[in-house]
Design a protein around this ligand. Structure first.
Ligand SMILES: [Zn+2]
Length: 567
């Protein structure tokens, strides 16, 4: 039966059932039997993962295609719940063996993760998880279908971004207002979806014996190396060190623009970006998606021949879907095709500097995947998400010296670099705002919508830019609805912040010794999931720390680099 054939159909439970039965029923007498069981479990998991990946990719590339939508939902409803039951039974079978102590050390983390899943697994949570996936898929469908009529054309939300960057304040105001009006049409349903998600997730936590979903989420996400309290300390350090820098950047803009006050269409609420104070046109790093790909290839080749070669393999593997089309889900992601051995990259490019950063970011994930592809067990390749984002975010910073490939002058390149560094600080504030919001929502699961709005506005006062939302109070109170992670990937957000702290440290290494930075990067990424999070950080010669002074140092170094740029 093993290894399963390449064309094995893992979208069908009928095909999977005998495979699962074999894994469950076969005798496991000694460590050798157990090692081959681990290998075969991994084989099945690779097939199931790739089948799910392909259905998800199919759906997000074409959200209006009912067939693809229902194929994915059928997989979610029929295969995943059964797989989750089977893997719990396999975990229990393995946990009950009396010779686990004689397994080689390389299985320690796999066993820890298995023990953890057993402790939090409850059968009654399976249908609840399916319901959460259904609700977040509905959210995705609602937001993916949003378009507005603008400048004589129907446009998707990602396509509207360029008008928000316009130098003409009236165009920005008009575009921003149109987008907000469109979003408010669906805001009631989206609020209901969040009501349901909070209620269901709280029940999942209670069923598993936790006080609330915060504690459950930390355990189910295998956050063994930091606590909710560490996250709160992180939020505070960002408030202390990032907010003054953000306010001074915005004050410089307000003066530059000669405005009395900044409006929400002057400063991007999430990224902290704003149009150019000198009135220069928005950056145009490329026109066609093909150019984005070929220039990015050059950038990676300049940074390192090895990374250039790896990016080339992605191009040749035809695993890039990069342009923005109606009906395509928003955002960007990288999804591993575990069987094929390649990552798939999804994004909505429309010719902006942000697209360059997303391309490089997702390529960083792809490099991580490729660097650890030599591990034969899927569990050993499944790197922790905090470290996954170190791989992607440090690529954004490490490629900065080569961004000149996209632009024709040092001034323009410096402008792009300035925007990126400012956005890192802006994003840290947004990450902490979203994370603090989730901590609040799930610590107070019986909150009303009014209380939720108030909690959001309180956080906005701490972490938001000083822009004037008068006349748009309802939009302001519901702005969290634009953050998809809150729906589909609860608590998966602080990882970006933790990872940014790691990425900034690798970048600081590069400032002194570029070659060491690349070696540190590769060494750590090659470990995949075979070390704990603090150990992975150590392998890259960086520190996993939420210490206020440490974060203050990183922010100072961004401040210094900003002051050295020619714009
Ligand atoms: Zn990422």
């Amino acid at each position: 039966m093993f290894p399963l054939a390449d064309d094995f159909n893992a979208t069908s439970w009928n095909d999977l059932e005998p495979v699962a039965r074999n894994l469950l029923e076969r005798p496991v007498e000694d460590a050798d039997d157990l090692e081959s069981l681990f290998k075969d479990i991994s084989d099945m998991a690779e097939h199931v993962s790739e089948a799910g990946a392909k259905l998800y990719i199919g759906m997000t590339c074409d959200t209006e295609n009912e067939e693809k939508q229902s194929a994915f939902m059928s997989f979610v409803e029929n295969v995943r719940p059964k797989m989750s039951e089977v893997s719990n039974k396999i975990d229990l079978k393995i946990a009950g063996l009396d010779f686990l102590g004689s397994l080689p050390e390389r299985y320690d983390l796999i066993l820890r993760s298995m023990q953890n899943s057993i402790e939090i697994f409850r059968e009654e949570n399976i249908p609840l998880s399916v319901e959460c996936t259904r609700l977040s898929t509905e959210y995705q469908k609602i937001t993916g279908a949003m378009t507005v009529e603008f400048d004589g054309m129907e446009r998707t939300m990602p396509q509207m971004r360029k008008f928000l960057e316009s130098n003409d304040r009236d165009i920005r105001r008009l575009a921003w207002t149109k987008i907000r009006e469109r979003r408010m049409v669906d805001s009631e349903r989206i609020s209901e979806i969040m009501d349901d998600l909070v209620r269901i997730r709280h029940n999942i936590a209670i069923n598993s014996g936790f006080e609330n979903y915060v504690d459950y989420a930390f355990r189910s996400m295998e956050r063994f190396d930091y606590t909710p309290k560490d996250c709160l300390a992180f939020h505070e350090a960002v408030e202390i060190h990032c907010m003054p820098l953000i306010h001074s950047i915005n004050e410089e803009r307000r003066n530059g623009f000669e405005y009395d006050e900044l409006m929400p269409w002057d400063v991007n609420e999430k990224s902290g970006d704003s149009p150019d104070i000198f009135g220069r046109p928005p950056l145009q790093p490329f026109e066609e998606v093909d150019d984005l790909v070929s220039i990015t290839l050059k950038v990676f080749h300049s940074l390192s021949p090895e990374l250039g070669e790896m990016f080339n393999r992605l191009i040749e593997g035809e695993v890039l879907d990069l342009d923005s089309r109606k009906g395509k889900a928003p955002g960007g992601y990288q999804y591993n095709l575990e069987k094929t051995g390649l990552p798939f990259i999804f994004m909505n490019a429309s010719g902006q500097q942000g697209d360059v950063e997303t391309m490089i970011h997702e390529a960083g994930h792809a490099f991580h995947t490729m660097y650890c592809s030599h591990h034969d067990l899927i569990q050993d390749r499944n790197y922790p998400i905090e470290f996954a984002e170190v791989a992607s975010m440090s690529m954004e910073l490490l490629t900065q010296p080569y961004w000149g490939e996209f632009y024709d002058s040092k001034e323009t390149t410096d402008r792009a670099r300035k925007m990126h560094l400012e956005a890192i600080i802006g994003l840290l504030a947004w990450i902490c705002r979203i994370d603090a919001f989730q901590h609040w929502m799930y610590s107070n699961p019986n909150h009303t919508r009014e209380e939720r709005s108030k909690a959001w506005l309180d956080l906005r006062a701490k972490y938001g830019p000083k822009t004037n939302w008068n006349g748009f109070e309802e939009d302001e109170a519901l702005f969290w609805q634009t953050q998809g992670h809150l729906f589909g990937a609860p608590f998966y957000y602080i990882e970006y912040g933790i990872a940014q702290l790691g990425a900034l440290q690798i970048w600081m290494t590069q400032l002194d010794d570029p070659e060491k930075a690349l070696n540190d990067y590769a060494n750590a990424m090659k470990l995949g999931n075979t070390r704990t999070l603090p150990h992975l950080f150590e392998s890259a010669d960086i520190e996993l720390s939420f210490d206020e002074g440490h974060i203050g140092n990183l922010v100072s170094s961004v401040r210094k680099s900003l002051s050295e740029l020619s714009v």
